[in-house]
Design a protein around this ligand. Sequence first.
Ligand SMILES: Cc1cc2nc3c(=O)[nH]c(=O)nc-3n(C[C@H](O)[C@H](O)[C@H](O)COP(=O)(O)O)c2cc1C
Length: 171
Amino acid sequence: MSTPIGLFYASTTGNTEMIAEQIAALLPEQIHLHDIAIEGVVEMAQYQYLIMGIPTWDFGELQEDWDEHWPALQALDFSGKKIALFGLGDQLGYGEWFLDAMGALNEVLQEAGGEVVVPWPVDGYRFEASKALTQDKRYFVGLALDEDGEHGLSEERIRTWMPQVLAAFEA
Ligand SMILES: Cc1cc2nc3c(=O)[nH]c(=O)nc-3n(C[C@H](O)[C@H](O)[C@H](O)COP(=O)(O)O)c2cc1C
């Protein structure tokens, strides 16, 4: 498959950016990186396949650049598009709001007709609450990454997740 994939992310302290670059490096020809802080979200319309990376900040809130471009995001039509999400958070420090922003993003995309793919099992994570869970609460709505407490697990998680994303896009 050589259909381009748009990877959109924003990052306050660099963690999500680093992960986005790590993901893009797996398929450098196919994945096009877009920093929302610089480019906004309008280019999302160009892609059938999208990956989006979002960290949660300030007790369950959106990261600031995602927040700034949220109205523009809500105005987009995602019908016919497949989207894989990855969220960054801190289970130990912010376990009552773990990855909440990824849940908010999932809701907007679904309301706008997008198909969010590749739920990620909650097994092995320790948190009190999250708005990024599927209805049965057994999965996150996208890849869950914790660079604060589980940096050492991220690479393996990405390597497991990426083939699932490609398979879901092709399905
Ligand atoms: C002040 C502050 C508030 C945070 N709030 C949350 C939160 O509510 N939920 C969560 O899962 N992570 C929270 N985090 C953790 C960040 O999401 C995590 O550090 C992430 O890797 C930051 O990504 P970035 O460097 O791309 O901005 C918070 C971190 C800080 C410093």
